[in-house]
Design a protein around this ligand. Structure first.
Ligand code: ADP
Length: 633
């Protein structure tokens, strides 16, 4: 049994391994299939593509150098293939002299013999003409993209189905419309174009296109001048002139000018703004306007290259000549030549603006602004607070005046007897005098001089009665708190006049000893009178009717430094030591009919006058109240 089992298992093993292997291979195939397929699909993109770039004037010769730079950068960015970009420079094209071309052609021929580039890319008209001329000899099968060629310079006769043209259109009239729009007073335009055959071609073209401007502008041509002479002329242009920068590869003296060095030299000395229609010259030297955009040309060129490398037939790829891009201006040049931005055509872009202080010191300015804002907030908060405090002060004075008025009524209540007494006296005298006069008139020979004396007495008594009423009215008058310049001695005297009869009625001697000096203060006389009145009434109240000893209330004034003082003393029992601090509290009273508001109001009034009021006991007995007020300067 066991042997059979073994043999079965022995027979089974090889089969199991075979199936396993098969399964593994299948799994491996399934797993690896998508990656392989993708790799196969991408294989065509791994193939190296050789791009021959032919420059017209030199690798650093503007404007073409900028076209070349932009095209190469765009190629790198867009290419699906690894690229081998080989660049050659057709220096000879500058002179349009076919003589020295031969060795260069030989050189290229030996380079590309049997290994033609995948695509030939020419930049500028001379390079285009060269590749068209020598294509059969050098690279008969290579497709060609002729880029950055002005459409007038395209050699259409030699174009083949293997070529794509990316041309541009120079619109000199548009360039001059821009100049005249910005500077309508322009009278002279000096045109800087060199003396090479290509430049001569352009001089003729510009002349032809600008014919309509002949009457309006004085066109000056610099083609026959050496660059030195051009610089000199450009520095002495008459007012209302502009310079139009076309191209400067060879000057009138046969000197070659490379790069934009020439333009920068011109900019340094020119006494007029420089205009150009090529974006590569923009940014530092020219004002701007509608120009050929490098981006637009390089985008179309690279698009053509990619399509050709991708297998598309060149003849099916066609582009219209590229026009000027929307106008762009250099802010610094606009400033320099006083050109208002309002003159720029709609949709213009202004670049190279000087960063203003906000852009340059953004954080610092934000911080400063924040500090200013906080400060402004604090100031306005404080002002608001001050305003509120003023309103509160005015309101509190108003309340004080009202309260004091009510308190005066109660004080006057106490004075009723005394006032009646004061009025009765003069009125009684008037009556007696009038009766005496009547009797005298009944006699046969009245004594006229006696009668005159009686009438004088009547008048004096009448005045006394009027004075009592005036004082009473002045105390009871409801007036708002009103500060004025007053003499404190007089104010105290008035108060004493009011209360004298009360003291008399209570058999109390009321004395007043004013200081022999002026006590000018600033205050409300009615309010201050009330305070003095209150202190005197309290002093009178303190002396009990039963007290048989010395019954005296003394009021005196004094000057202590720059303070005026009013002292009120009495011969009463004085204030209990424990009450000395409480007597000024509202509603503190030891009297059965008292309200306890008199001293509280007195304190408030005196404090409103920036003064103090204090209570003490005299060593010999009796209370002493002292008011101190600042002397007014
Ligand atoms: P009122 O006169 O209604 O009591 P005041 O505020 O004028 O209210 O006085 C408060 C208290 O101060 C008095 O009740 C009294 O006890 C005490 N007082 C004021 N003046 C004198 C004084 N000259 N002698 C003794 N006590 C006084």
């Amino acid at each position: 049994m066991s042997g059979r089992m073994t043999s079965v298992s022995v027979r089974m093993w090889p089969m199991t391994i075979t199936w396993l292997r098969l399964g593994l291979v299948l799994v491996a195939c399934v797993l690896s299939w998508p990656a392989d397929a993708a790799r196969l699909g991408e294989a065509r993109y791994r193939e190296l593509k050789r791009v021959l770039v032919l420059h017209s004037f030199g690798r650093e010769f503007r404007p073409w150098s900028e076209y070349a730079r932009s095209i190469k950068a765009e190629l790198e960015r867009q290419s699906l293939w690894p690229l081998d970009v080989q660049e050659h420079t057709l220096l000879t094209a500058r002179f349009n002299n076919p003589g020295p071309e031969a060795p260069f052609v030989e050189y290229l021929g030996s380079l590309y013999q049997g290994a033609q580039p995948d695509i030939v890319l020419s930049i500028g008209a001379p390079a285009a003409r060269f590749v068209q001329k020598y294509r059969m000899k050098l690279f008969p099968d290579a497709p060609m993209v002729l880029s950055a060629v002005e459409h007038r310079l395209v050699n259409r006769a030699d174009l083949t189905g293997n070529d794509v043209v990316v041309s541009i259109r120079n619109d000199f009239m548009a360039a001059f419309d821009n100049i005249l729009r910005l500077l309508p007073d322009t009278r002279t335009a000096a045109i800087v174009i060199g003396a090479s055959p290509l430049e001569k071609f352009w001089v003729d073209e510009v002349k032809r296109e600008l014919k309509p401007l002949e009457g309006r502008l004085d066109l000056v041509w610099y083609s026959d001048l050496s660059f030195e002479q051009i610089l000199k002329r450009a520095s002495e242009l008459p007012p209302h002139s502009v310079l139009f920068w076309g191209l400067m590869s060879v000057d009138g003296a046969g000197i070659v000018h490379e790069g934009d060095l020439a333009l920068r030299s011109l900019h340094a000395v020119a006494n007029a703004p420089i205009f150009s229609y090529q974006e590569p010259f923009f940014g530092g030297s020219t004002v701007g306007g509608p120009m050929h955009s490098v981006d637009e040309t390089s985008r179309k060129t690279v698009n053509a290259v990619m399509r050709i490398l991708g297998g598309e037939k060149p003849e099916s790829i066609k582009y219209e000549p590229i026009e000027f891009a929307p106008p762009k201006y250099d802010w610094r040049e606009l400033q320099r030549w006083g050109i208002s931005e309002s003159r720029l055509p709609p949709g213009s872009e202004v670049v190279f603006r000087d960063p203003n202080i906000w852009q340059r010191y953004r954080w610092q300015m934000l911080l400063i602004s924040a500090v200013f804002l906080v400060q402004a907030g604090l100031i306005s908060g404080l002002l608001h607070e001050r305003q509120r405090r003023r309103v509160a002060e005015v309101e509190s004075r108003q309340r004080l005046a009202e309260l004091a008025h009510a308190n005066r009524y109660s004080a006057v209540g106490e004075l009723t007897t005394s006032i009646a007494h004061e009025l009765n006296q003069p009125l009684g005298s008037i009556l007696t005098n009038a009766e005496t006069a009547e009797l005298m008139l009944k006699s046969a020979s009245p004594d006229i001089s006696e009668l005159r004396q009686i009438l004088a007495d009547i008048r004096r008594d009448d005045q006394r009665a009027s004075e009592v009423i005036r004082r009473l009215r002045s105390v009871l008058k409801k007036t708002p708190f009103e500060i004025k310049q007053i003499e404190l001695n007089d104010t105290v005297r008035e108060a004493i006049g009011l209360v004298r009869a009360v003291a008399d009625g209570r058999r109390i001697t009321l004395t007043y000893m004013p200081v022999q000096a002026d006590l000018p203060i600033k205050g409300d006389p009615v309010q201050l009178q009330q305070v003095v009145l209150n202190l005197i009434i309290n002093a009178i109240d303190a002396i009990s009717d039963a007290d048989a000893g010395k019954r005296e209330v003394s009021v005196s004034t004094a000057r202590a430094g720059n303070q005026a003082e009013v002292r009120v003393t009495d011969t009463g029992p004085g204030i209990a030591a424990s009450d000395l601090t409480n007597v000024f509290d509202p509603f503190f009273t030891t009297k059965s009919q008292g309200m306890g508001m008199g001293l509280a109001i007195a304190t408030t009034i005196i404090e409103a006058h920036h003064g103090t009021v204090a209570a003490a006991n005299q060593p010999a007995g009796g209370a002493l109240f002292t008011i101190r007020l600042p002397i007014a300067r």
